[in-house]
Design a protein around this ligand. Sequence first.
Ligand SMILES: NC(=O)c1ccc[n+]([C@@H]2O[C@H](COP(=O)([O-])OP(=O)(O)OC[C@H]3O[C@@H](n4cnc5c(N)ncnc54)[C@H](OP(=O)(O)O)[C@@H]3O)[C@@H](O)[C@H]2O)c1
Length: 199
Amino acid sequence: MRAPKNKLVWDVTMSLDGFIADPKGDPGKMFDWYFSGDTLSVYSSKTLPFKLTKDDAKYFDSKTKATGAIIAGRRTYDYAKAWGGSFFIPVPFFVLTHRPPHRVPKGTTKFTFVTDGIESAVAQAKFAAGKKEVNLMGANIAKECIEADLLDEIRVHIAPFLMGDGVRLHDYLGSHWVELKRREVIASSSGITHISFNL
Ligand SMILES: NC(=O)c1ccc[n+]([C@@H]2O[C@H](COP(=O)([O-])OP(=O)(O)OC[C@H]3O[C@@H](n4cnc5c(N)ncnc54)[C@H](OP(=O)(O)O)[C@@H]3O)[C@@H](O)[C@H]2O)c1
């Protein structure tokens, strides 16, 4: 299946020393920026009340609005307990896994479990997203996308923490260099620095 040309973006919050979650898999305080301001995101709900600083809310809402589909790795899906069946962005959701679950929590999100590889997941998500972006969640699947030359943009939110240990952005990417072109830098009043790079 040949994928359409819409953008594939890896969006990730990372500590300054390069971790995306603690040793138990929890992003923990790194995600405080979603909840520590006084501006309600349009994607806020009773169960997930996104309250950000004004500049973070503008950034978050515009990037979220541009998202037409999501791909997550199975570890991210499991860690988040399938978001209770309802992910906060109402778009098609693809989970890359070798072992589709027997039961999925009932909710508003339509999950598709993809077992035939990253290229297939990306192609299916791009078709489902129409002209919008496809957003990746999970370092392992992002690494596969980089290796397969599928990724267009890395959007990293640098959280003002040193964590010392945990899940790394990447353990080992291979011995070749991947050249990045910086696109955007926003130093937010929350202490988060949003940096995006094109590949
Ligand atoms: N800081 C942030 O912004 C952020 C965002 C998202 C996630 N996280 C954290 O990141 C951690 C998860 O990331 P991760 O990098 O460890 O894992 P991941 O990318 O979420 O998932 C990896 C898993 O996906 C499945 N998979 C990957 N490639 C596959 C393929 N080609 N075919 C079939 N299945 C495939 C495999 O699961 P199976 O073989 O078991 O099916 C693999 O173990 C969690 O701790 C989560 O909380 C942080």
